[in-house]
Design a protein around this ligand. Structure first.
Ligand code: HAM
Length: 432
């Protein structure tokens, strides 16, 4: 019996054998994660890690019972204590739960948090959509300034820029405050009701449960009907319109281009005011590479103070697929340094001591313990991405030298055995 990874999931492995699966290379994931962490750090965000599963009710309360996530995509199970638990489908509600649980509100006013990890949605798997996927998310709790909105958007765009991703679109909208949404819902229902029987089945259901979500419909007849639908932007209350105008003004003043998309409503119920989505044409159907928005009422809803909040999350698989589609050059920071080859029994012991000394100096080094042909060893070293290969045979040993080959430039030099460690130390410092 042979087992495969569950449908909609995949392994992240060193050097994937199939070329088209190169984006599942663990060294690439490490690189992306290091850029994400560094960017979060540069913007003043600190890491938070929450459990992979939470009480099911947390997601029902925050995302909304009629959201796709809660109504059909959650991995829900009863634990041995007969409690309903769910694998986390998203990160915002767990962060807010942890914020309350850990009494964060007692320590200062603004909290800027980030997270990286796996999330789970039982959806139809396809390119860019998985049942276990990974998100990098940020949440800023405690500030209602439009500058905070722009900081989040700027951080989001910065991660893609630092990774070398191009041609992204920033779609922006406001879903207003509660008054704005109530007035707009009434207008939308009034407009859509005469078309009810021409709407898709999903949209007919949403008309009474969650009419705003109809704006998200990809169905072509829904889209025709929606073309003339009223715009939420015409129903914003004065404070909501002022907030949105100010956020747009700050974005424009800082050279961040965006497209106002009045039909962008997002699939989770906790949003208010500014919402945004970043899309990549390289991704095809699943074009959303990241998305977020303001969710001012969620902390209070989950038992905390009434503090405003705003956040964003990017799909790491979608980052990697976009980079693959755009042939983005990767800065391989994790390339191993030196591959040691011992030729003969006597050389073996001396080579192993050099290996230990290199590692004690934090120089990445490897040595095969099985005897191989020299050509095969050199091939292995190149394949694994080593920069140098150091060869010690009987001849070299008698002369007290070691042969050092640069596998990138193909140049070669003889280095005294006693100084090989300090020599490689100098070379690896020069590279960083
Ligand atoms: P979301 O739009 O549901 O928002 O997900 C954010 C991003 O996660 C998407 O733009 C996409 O890149 C990625 N993603 C979502 N589902 C999948 C999937 N099945 N497979 C692969 N990638 C996926 C949220 O999750 C909010 N919590 C974001 C947020 C944070 N809002 C405020 N703070």
């Amino acid at each position: 019996m042979q087992y495969s990874a569950p449908k909609g999931t995949f392994d992240i492995v060193p050097n994937p054998v199939k070329k088209e699966e190169g984006w599942k290379d663990s060294s690439l994931w490490n690189y992306i994660e290091s850029v994400l962490k560094q960017t979060a750090h540069d913007f003043g965000y600190q890491e938070i890690r929450t459990p992979i599963f939470e009480q099911t009710d947390l997601f029902c309360r925050s995302s909304g019972d009629s959201s796709d996530i809660v109504s059909k995509e959650m991995y829900t199970f009863e634990d041995k204590g007969k409690r309903s638990m769910s694998l986390r489908p998203e990160g915002t509600a767990p962060v807010i739960r942890a914020f309350v649980d850990n009494h964060f509100q007692q320590s200062g006013s603004l909290h800027k948090l980030f997270y990286i990890g796996p999330f789970f949605r039982y959806d139809r798997p396809q390119a860019g959509r998985y049942r276990q996927f990974h998100q990098f998310g940020i949440e800023a709790i405690g500030d209602n300034s439009p500058y905070q909105d722009v900081e989040i958007i700027d951080l989001s765009l910065s991660i893609y820029k630092r990774l070398g991703i191009k041609n992204l679109n920033l779609l922006l909208n406001s879903v207003g405050d509660k008054d704005s949404r109530d007035n707009y819902k009434t207008a939308l229902i009034k407009y859509l009701t005469p078309y009810e029987k021409d709407l898709s089945r999903d949209s007919q259901e949403r008309l009474s449960k969650n009419p705003l979500r109809i704006l998200d419909s990809k169905d072509s007849s829904d889209q025709k009907i929606l073309a003339e639908a009223p715009s939420i932007l015409d129903y914003l209350s004065k404070p909501a319109a002022d907030h949105f105008d100010k956020a747009c003004e700050i974005l424009a003043k800082n050279g961040i281009s965006f497209t106002i998309t009045s039909k962008l409503v997002r699939g989770l119920d906790y949003y208010n005011q500014t919402v945004f989505e970043i899309t990549s044409e390289t991704l095809g159907a699943q074009s959303s590479i990241g998305a977020g928005g303001r969710y001012d009422g969620l902390l209070k809803e989950l038992g905390g103070q009434d503090l405003p909040s705003m956040g964003f999350a990017a799909g790491i698989e979608r980052i990697l697929l976009t980079m693959k589609g755009q042939n983005t050059k990767i800065h391989e920071t994790l390339k191993p340094t030196v591959y040691l080859i011992a030729l003969g029994k006597e050389a073996e012991q001396a080579t192993f001591s050099i290996l230990c000394r290199l590692r004690s100096k934090k120089i990445s080094a490897e040595m095969p313990f099985k005897t191989k042909k020299m050509q095969k060893s050199l091939q292995d070293a190149s394949q694994k991405g080593f920069k140098y290969c150091a060869i010690l045979g009987e001849d070299e040993l008698s002369q007290n030298i070691i042969q050092l080959k640069n596998l990138e430039t193909r140049s070669s030099e003889n280095v005294p055995i006693d100084s090989i460690v300090s020599h490689l130390e100098k070379l690896s410092k020069a590279c960083t």
